[in-house]
Design a protein around this ligand. Structure first.
Ligand SMILES: Nc1ncnc2c1ncn2[C@@H]1O[C@H](COP(=O)(O)OP(=O)(O)OP(=O)(O)O)[C@@H](O)[C@H]1O
Ligand SMILES: [Mg+2]
Length: 396
């Protein structure tokens, strides 16, 4: 009998490299794992109080009872991110708590929408393992990135060297492109706290707007300093106007911060949040430092930070920008893991200073607490209309 032809890979994984040298995290849990080593959730998610069941094909559910809480990894606007140990699989995960006052129907819809993540794999996106809810909290379990987010690593040497920035920019653009092309998703919250690194030197995106319902639910409670937002988002009252180009702006601001080690519009330079937002909307954005970055890197950021959203490059254009191509051919020689290691050691050696900065509110982005009033970290989806009108006049 003729051998069966191999099953075609789903379209979205066809062009992606899978890690070959690392055993998949669920290798010891074969019953639930497909041959690629990924959890296979075929069919629709079914929600119940203990977790999420995926009704057909292989199924797997995660619930709180199976998790052992380890240390806190960080705090965001909606809750805590904790390192957890999933006892049945022995996999370390990051669990994000999102506090929401929602009815069961909305929670159910959020989890159904999150299901799309089970079907998506990219080396530039953190893996999603599962979610469940308890009372008014959604718990979202994802790949644990052992070096944390970029904001924690960039105080080291006042920002990353040019070759490392090029690889980080490549990873972010690749991740954003994957979300857009394969999942039809706009990230909506690109910033250094949402770009994670691990000790292998991999860079991956998290916290993208996969769930429209979740975005809507969060938006209601989310007002504050929104410093990674594109000028058109700050100045316009209609959130529906959000487009990919706004993420490209946020990518530019993030590259500027990661390259220079500093958030480019620090709160302590402005008298008020209005003055700060006004600068974002009206002033020419700063360049990457000319003494450490070449013309290609400077141009990459300038292109992203054009005030006219339509003039900003697409991901297809950015991925072949001279700043990306400059390091593409010898990407393997760039010691990303070494840079991550150096940054982690630096953090450990400066733990006391960083702790003080966090509690005192440094306000430079790097090392400042997301919850401190002086923090510049972007918070949100929109200014209240009254404030926006006051600052920028109503736009139709
Ligand atoms: N998968 C992960 N692995 C390791 N650390 C993580 C992971 N996800 C998040 N973190 C850490 O937890 C912190 C808090 O994350 P969270 O998404 O709640 O807030 P944020 O992104 O810092 O800010 P905001 O709430 O304004 O979006 C992050 O800054 C990051 O350092
Ligand atoms: Mg985040």
């Amino acid at each position: 009998m003729a051998a069966r032809p191999p099953r075609p890979k789903p379209a979205f994984t066809r062009n992606l490299k899978l890690e070959k040298d690392v055993p998949p995290p669920f290798a010891n849990f074969a019953k639930y794992v497909d041959p690629s080593g990924k959890l296979n959730f075929a069919g629709k998610a079914v929600l119940h109080a203990d977790g999420v069941d995926f009704s057909s094909g292989n199924s797997y559910k995660i619930n709180m009872a199976e998790l052992e809480l380890r240390e806190e990894l960080g705090k965001g606007q909606y809750g805590v991110v904790q390192k957890v140990f999933h006892k049945p699989t022995k996999v370390i995960m990051a669990m994000k708590e999102i506090r929401l006052e929602l009815d069961t129907g909305k929670l159910s819809q959020i989890l159904m929408e999150l299901d799309v993540l089970h079907k998506s794999h990219s080396p530039y996106i953190v893996e999603f393992y599962g979610a469940f809810f308890i009372e008014s909290c959604v718990y979202y379990c994802m790949e644990y990135m052992d070096a944390g987010s970029l904001d924690r690593l960039i105080p080291y040497k006042n920002g990353v060297p040019e070759d490392v920035l090029s690889r980080i920019a490549f990873s972010i653009v690749s991740g954003l492109r994957f979300l857009k092309d394969e999942l039809k998703i706009i990230h909506r919250d690109v910033k250094p706290t949402n770009v994670l690194a691990n000790s292998k030197g991999e860079i991956k995106l998290c916290d993208f707007g996969v769930s429209g319902q979740l975005i809507q639910s969060l938006a209601k409670t989310n007002i504050g300093c929104q410093s990674y937002m594109a000028p058109e988002r700050i100045a316009m009252s209609d959130n529906a106007a959000y487009s990919v180009a706004s993420d490209v702006w946020s990518l530019g601001i993030s590259c500027l911060e990661v390259g220079s080690g500093k958030y480019p519009y620090p709160a302590n330079r402005y008298d008020s949040i209005f003055a700060q937002l006004n600068a974002i909307v009206h002033e020419t954005p700063p360049d990457l430092p000319h003494d450490r970055f070449g013309p290609e890197a400077i141009d990459f950021v300038r292109q992203c930070l054009q005030k006219d959203a339509k003039a900003r490059p697409t991901y297809a254009e950015l991925i072949v920008h001279p700043f990306i191509l400059k390091y593409q051919d010898h990407a393997d020689e760039i010691d990303m893991a070494g840079w991550v290691q150096g940054a982690l050691e630096w953090r450990q050696a400066h733990a006391d200073e960083l702790h003080q900065l966090k509690n005192g509110g440094g306000g430079t982005g790097a090392g400042s607490s997301p919850s401190s009033p002086a923090s510049n970290h972007g918070k949100g989806f929109g200014l209240p209309n009254s404030l926006r009108d006051m600052m920028f006049g109503r736009r139709q």
